[in-house]
Design a protein around this ligand. Structure first.
Ligand code: MIG
Length: 587
């Protein structure tokens, strides 16, 4: 969607077609913009006209959908690498986290857990006791996420391929022969996820992983990406090739259409198959699916990460405007690889990336095969201590993150918002793209350049408090702010109440961890949401909703909905540096 803010008006333009689009917003400064769509199948065009950004996004997400509440564990810290190739390495990795008391909820297994990269297999050579490993991890508070790519090895010895052949599940060339592409398993075929029966088949195949205790699924390569010269269309060519020259054909209703006509729906429909399959297997649970590819509405099925970035400060910095764009397009649950995927990170970059990454809705450290390892302890004790502290902040703030996901469902508002979302009249705020708001109460302004220990932070009007030390700042101007490696680059709006929980090692401990309602400013208001963090009970009213107020030295919590029987925990509030225990908190 294209968003335009202009003199108190907010517009949204959405050209609904999964074919290639080229938008040129006057790159040559000719005074005109152009939109090109390479399709013979028609399109829908939506025009939104409101007076504010939140209204346009509310309407757009009414049209395309909103994220279901994620399972709480998926909001914790995730550790990934291409790859953790053996059971011993995975077990040691998990052990390291707990030994060092670095919070972590999830271990992600990239393509090397499979046998010969064949989908729905496990390498018994490298993971002889895969099921035991997954269940031992779970006992230790870790969830296991596995990657699933669309390519199915073209081999008569592969059961998934044979089943797919029987169902005529795979995309074909114009002459009816099987389309074969090169991906990780070698010569591979691609399921046609446009077909509902094939989505069902694929979704049911996930049982292989789910029955082994796998908690979440990561869909990669689902553009679909192919090796070598099997490239998709270059939209700049200006013309859509004939059907038989569009890589392969796909089935859309009763018709066979060229792949380029529906290319952007491929990842979307694969991810949908995944989400729906998981929902059938675990009907009352929240699902965690992660995807690289998607289309408008992908938020209904999955979190999105932005693919292969590089361990550069430039990519740390650009993740902010990129994630803001994705967020404003409805994808509230998003992030990029913390530390950077390609290349090699270093101590400074990793710590600075965690300073930002703890505020991404999706918080995962991931890196490629050939770079140097980048687990939180990979660069010595100073960096490790900084990252540990930063991750503690992430976990403290999880009740706030959960509230923001609830609000996303209510209003469509993403978690990450440009400053202009809350300050539309502020001309300076409109220009800032290396800071963002996390919900209404937190402003994040990280270090985005190498060698810096301080930066200029723009605070819109109002009073602000530095999250780390409560120092007050007057807004409406820039401030020169210093951050050591362990400080959270966050400012809290005066008038906010943040529920802070912890300390914990993983989200399994969160529900019983003490909560402190921290009040910022002389008068403050907040909201606190409680549910089981795992089931769909919230859709049946199994949650508690509290409105919090701090005024004239008094703290008050008013329950506006009570439907969840929460376990006991300690509550207190913290105002002006004084902590007061709340006795008789009604559970
Ligand atoms: O050709 O699965 O973006 O996160 O580690 C590379 C291996 C395929 C690309 C993904 C990356 C992942 C990698 N994948």
């Amino acid at each position: 969607m294209l968003l335009v803010l202009n003199h108190g008006k907010a517009y949204g333009l959405f050209l609904d077609s999964p074919a290639a689009q080229v938008w040129d917003l006057d790159s040559e400064r000719k005074g005109s913009a152009s939109v090109q769509l390479l399709s013979r199948r028609g399109f829908s065009f939506y025009w939104f006209e409101y007076s504010s950004l939140p209204e346009v996004v509310a309407a757009f997400t009414t049209l395309t959908g909103r994220c279901p509440l994620p399972p709480r564990w998926s909001l914790g810290h995730q550790q990934s690498r291409w790859s953790y190739p053996t059971e011993t390495i995975v077990r040691n990795l998990a052990g390291e986290f707990r030994k060092r008391r670095i919070p972590c909820d999830t271990i992600v297994l990239d393509i090397d857990y499979m046998d010969d990269y064949r989908v729905f297999t496990v390498s018994r050579q490298r993971f002889p006791l895969f099921e035991d490993m997954v269940s031992d991890l779970a006992k230790n508070g870790f969830h296991t996420v596995t990657i699933v790519d669309p390519g199915v090895k073209r081999s008569a010895r592969d059961g998934v391929f044979r089943e797919g052949q029987k169902l005529k599940a795979f995309c074909c060339n114009a002459d009816g022969s099987l389309f074969v592409g090169q991906v990780w398993p070698g010569a591979s075929c691609l399921p046609d996820f446009m077909r509902p029966d094939i989505r069902d088949w694929w979704g049911d195949k996930l049982e292989f992983l789910l029955s082994r205790g796998v908690a979440g699924i990561w869909n990669d390569m689902n553009e679909p990406a192919l090796f070598g010269n099997q490239r998709p269309l270059d939209p700049k060519c200006g013309e859509l090739p004939k059907n038989n020259r569009q890589l392969f054909l796909q089935q859309v209703d009763q018709e066979r259409v060229g792949h380029f006509e529906v290319r952007n729906a491929y990842g979307q429909q694969m991810t949908r198959a995944t989400y729906e399959g998981m929902s059938r297997a675990r009907p009352d649970q929240r699902q965690f699916v992660l995807t690289r590819s998607g289309y408008a509405g992908i938020q209904r099925y999955a979190a999105v990460w932005l693919g292969d970035n590089i361990s550069w400060f430039e990519h740390l910095r650009v993740s902010i405007p990129m994630l803001l764009n994705v967020s404003l397009s409805g994808v509230a649950f998003c992030g990029v690889d913390i530390g950077g995927f390609g290349g090699s990170t270093d101590a400074e970059l990793l710590a600075r990336w965690y300073q930002l990454g703890i505020f991404y809705p999706f918080c995962r450290n991931h890196c490629a095969l050939d770079g140097r390892p980048q687990e939180p302890w990979a660069f010595g004790s100073e960096t490790e201590a900084a990252i540990l502290r930063l991750l503690q902040v992430r976990y403290q703030l999880l009740p706030y993150f959960e509230r923001l996901f609830v609000e996303h469902r209510e209003t469509g508002a993403p978690l990450m918002r440009p400053l202009a979302w809350h300050h539309p009249e502020d001309q300076t705020a409109a220009q800032v793209d290396d800071q963002f708001m996390l919900g209404p109460d937190l402003l994040i302004a990280p270090i985005v350049q190498r060698g810096r220990t301080r930066r200029a932070v723009y605070l819109p009007k109002g009073d602000w408090f530095r999250f780390d030390n409560d120092t007050m700042f007057v807004g409406g101007r820039f401030h020169d702010v210093e951050y050591d490696l362990a400080s959270a680059p966050a400012f809290v709006r005066s008038g906010a109440i943040l529920p802070l929980a912890g300390p914990v090692q993983h989200t399994g401990e969160l529900e019983r961890a003490p909560v402190v309602f921290r009040c910022f400013g002389k008068r403050a208001e907040g909201r606190y949401w409680q549910d089981d963090g795992a089931s769909l009970g919230y859709q049946r009213g199994e949650y508690n909703n509290w409105l919090l107020k701090f005024e004239r030295g008094r703290f008050e919590a008013r329950c506006t909905h009570q439907g969840y029987n929460a376990p006991n925990r300690k509550y207190s509030y913290d105002a002006n540096g004084q902590r007061v225990r709340l006795k008789n908190w009604p559970h």
